[in-house]
Design a protein around this ligand. Structure first.
Ligand code: NAD
Ligand code: TYD
Length: 350
């Protein structure tokens, strides 16, 4: 049995990756390492928690001793590293957590892999999951390719860029067998309602205002989270050693157009008068240093590995909205506690 470490497996994308691997590869033992920050939630994995090939380890990647102990205990064959602080707005308020987890935490994992695998890198793989935000911000035209120079603009993207550089440095210096991917904005079930889509779904449902930063003309390229998980599966198994793959939805939307679409679908689902949810839209003070546009050229992964997004955006949005409407308890558990405080701090003076 191969032992695969997945970090951040209790978070949004990580939980979809863990589920995919647990169900698709019974011959792998999946060890989910997660410290369970506000964004980590074991409820995301309750359907697979009792499977024989699943193990949960509550641990902090900034704790090098603990990371080393886990490498010693499980003798991992591979690592898929997703654990991170992931929200740009929080990185503006509190950059140090991003430096610690995203940079120091990644180096702790790299050091452990280098140390425990050094006698034989054969068959080993360290897969680092990153974001398109490391490339900075696009104007009206152009796409991010794997060759685009890094130009991160927020503490979040700078911390992810830094971790990407370190992963590549360990390949160059120590020959660590690595692979990386940089993905566009994900949406789907289990996303913490601090990000645009789940926050808006929750607010529409509760007849609360929908805060749109600036004019709502910033553009993002949206990918359904299960498509990201399938890309990660493809790259983990078939990606070239040392290579980077961009993953994207080929699906660009201004924030305002996206929220209009979301409002219209929700009016139908909630049996409200058409146009009533759009009235909740409120333009608020822009995010500091707000990146204008992200868009991915995903041709390399399609050409070399045969992966492309499977879902149309309308279908993905419907599935996502249905999941949030059907899982009120999941939302209630999140919203009790620190979420209210976060929401007040983030939005009250905008
Ligand atoms: P998330 O915030 O939903 O989940 C992060 C998970 O990491 C949580 O379970 C959290 O408990 C865990 N974690 C945080 N700090 C930790 C620590 N110190 N030790 C152990 N575990 C820790 O994030 P997500 O949206 O699922 O993103 C996962 C990864 O994918 C991140 O690396 C992110 O940069 C990357 N990514 C995200 C997106 C997106 O749209 N969400 C797009 C591209 C890339
Ligand atoms: P977000 O979901 O935070 O992802 P990212 O910043 O990583 O792209 O934000 C997506 C877009 O939506 C981004 O342009 C910022 C904007 N936004 C709002 O307009 N209002 C909000 O309340 C949030 C959270 C985001």
């Amino acid at each position: 049995m191969k032992n695969i470490l997945i970090t951040g497996g209790a978070g949004f994308i990580g939980s979809h990756v863990v589920r995919l691997f647990i169900n698709k590869y019974p011959e792998y033992r999946i060890i989910n390492l997660d410290v369970l920050t506000y964004a980590g939630n074991l409820e995301n994995l309750k359907d697979i928690a009792e499977k024989d090939n699943y193990v949960f380890e509550k641990a902090d990647i900034t704790d090098a001793k603990r990371v080393n102990e886990l490498f010693e205990k499980y003798n991992f064959d591979g690592v898929i590293h997703l654990a991170a602080e992931s929200h740009v707005d929080r990185s503006i308020t509190n950059p140090m957590e991003f430096i610690n987890t995203n940079i120091i935490g990644t180096v702790n994992l790299l050091n452990a892999a280098k140390e425990y695998w050094k006698d034989n890198f054969e068959g080993k793989r360290f897969y680092h999951i990153s974001t398109d935000e490391v490339y900075g911000s696009l104007g009206k035209t152009g796409l991010f390719t794997e060759e685009t120079s890094y130009d991160p603009k927020s503490p979040y993207s700078a911390s992810k860029a830094s971790s990407d550089h370190l992963v590549r440095a360990y390949k160059n210096t120590y020959k660590l067998p690595i692979v990386l991917s940089n993905c566009s904005n994900n949406y789907g079930a289990n996303q913490f309602p601090e990000k645009l889509i789940p926050l808006s779904i929750n607010n529409i449902k509760n007849n609360k205002t929908i805060p749109i930063y600036g004019k709502g003309d910033n553009i993002r390229d949206w990918l359904f989270v299960e498509d990201h998980a399938s890309a990660i599966d493809t790259i983990y198994h078939n990606g070239q050693n040392g290579d980077t793959y961009n993953i994207g939805g080929i699906n660009e939307w201004t924030n305002l157009d996206l929220i209009h679409k979301l409002c219209d679908i929700m009016d139908v689902k909630l049996g409200r008068e058409f146009g009533s949810s759009r009235k909740l839209i409120t333009f608020v003070t822009d995010r500091a240093g707000h990146d204008m546009r992200y868009a991915i050229d995903a041709s390399k992964i399609e050409k070399e590995l045969g992966w492309k997004p499977s879902l149309q955006f309308e279908e993905g949005l419907e599935k996502t909205i249905d999941w949030y409407l059907d899982n009120q308890k999941w939302i209630d558990n999140i919203i009790s506690g620190d979420y209210e405080k976060y929401y007040d701090q983030q939005y009250k003076n905008r």
